[in-house]
Design a protein around this ligand. Structure first.
Ligand code: MTE
Length: 320
């Protein structure tokens, strides 16, 4: 068998349908070979052990996005061990522990609703829609911690164009994967699943809105939303829905998980806004993971130039 180079690998080479076990054995072989030729960096995660879920794989052929945040990138180890992914437990350390066996292959994303071209997309299809870019974005959680991550993906607008929404499409509704066989801690999380989120059409079309398939040079780790998630950098992190399975174009503002759970605390818009406190804490400052001192939070998380015009004339205290 002639080996493919990283740049020639398709997503199904990385995490193939069906024969996961035999592929895993192949990956064990690759890991050993990789270690011998200097790929040691990836070795610990290749060795996820028999019966375990998919593991991150290097992504190549990724272009550099020219508008990166110049802030220091957060160490990968912090971003992969301090997570919110309630399907895998509610403590920050739970997802990295409990998502290890999450099977993300095969995967299908359904694109439906008010579109001329409904789509059923495999990960290979998703990888082909537009060239991948590495974009260093600030990411601010509503709980006042933040991270700076080199995400990999492309503007979600490329997928929208492929589906050809009808003029009736005013919002996009997103839905995460949910299966208690894979997510046995879900029922204890105290919130309703599947996790759902939404964007207004112009927000979804904004070039910053990222359909994300990787980070730190590799496919997404399970705890960060493998195999495909959203990243919307001017909004609080809860808008950035993980492990996407459904994208539905709709006429009316769709329900969103945290708004369903506590509508006085979490609005539909959830734009990062240091001037609007969360009912239980201030949003004026944030703590970067890995840093000690808190820093002032920026309006729209520092992306005001690109996004503020979408909210002209709106009362952002009311539309929080
Ligand atoms: N997506 C799903 N499906 N389930 C979740 O619990 N948590 C959200 C968001 N997406 C969540 C989710 C919240 S509250 C945050 S802050 C971000 O994911 C965290 O992303 P990260 O763990 O990659 O930093």
């Amino acid at each position: 068998m002639s080996e493919k180079k990283g740049s020639e690998l398709t997503y199904s080479d990385i995490t193939p349908k069906g024969a996961f076990a035999s592929r895993r054995n192949f990956l064990f072989g690759m890991a050993a070979t990789g270690a011998a030729v200097g790929g040691w960096k990836y070795l610990p995660r290749w060795f996820s052990g028999p019966g375990k879920g998919s593991v991150p794989h290097p992504l190549s052929g990724v272009a550099k996005w020219p508008y990166d945040a110049t802030d220091k990138v957060t160490p990968e180890g912090d971003v992969t061990t301090y997570n919110n992914f309630y399907e895998f437990g509610t403590d920050k350390s739970d997802p990295s522990q409990n998502a290890k066996n999450f099977q993300t292959s095969p995967w299908e994303v359904s694109v439906e609703g008010e579109v001329k071209k409904p789509l059923k997309l495999s990960m290979d299809d998703i990888m082909k829609i537009a060239p991948l870019e590495e974009r260093i974005y600030r990411h601010r959680c509503v709980e006042a911690w933040s991270i700076v991550v080199p995400w990999i993906g492309y503007s979600f607008s490329h997928l929208i164009q492929k589906a050809e929404p009808t003029p009736k499409a005013k919002y996009v509704a997103f839905q995460s994967y949910y299966d208690t066989r894979q997510m046995p801690l879900g029922p204890q999380a105290g919130i309703a699943f599947p996790y759902v989120e939404g964007l207004r059409m112009d927000e979804a079309m904004n070039p910053l809105t990222l359909l994300c398939v990787g980070m730190y040079g590799e496919t997404l780790p399970n705890q960060d939303g493998a195999p495909v998630r959203m990243v919307i950098p001017w909004k609080y992190g809860f808008k950035s829905i993980k492990s996407l399975v459904k994208i539905r174009f709709v006429k009316d503002m769709p329900p969103t998980t945290w708004n369903i759970e506590a509508s006085n605390e979490y609005g539909f818009y959830a734009n990062v806004n240091p001037n609007v406190d969360h009912p239980r804490w201030s949003q004026a400052k944030e703590r970067r993971l890995g840093e000690f001192f808190r820093r002032p939070t920026l309006m729209f998380n520092g992306y005001a130039d690109q996004v503020a015009s979408m909210y002209a004339g709106m009362d952002l205290r009311k539309n929080f």
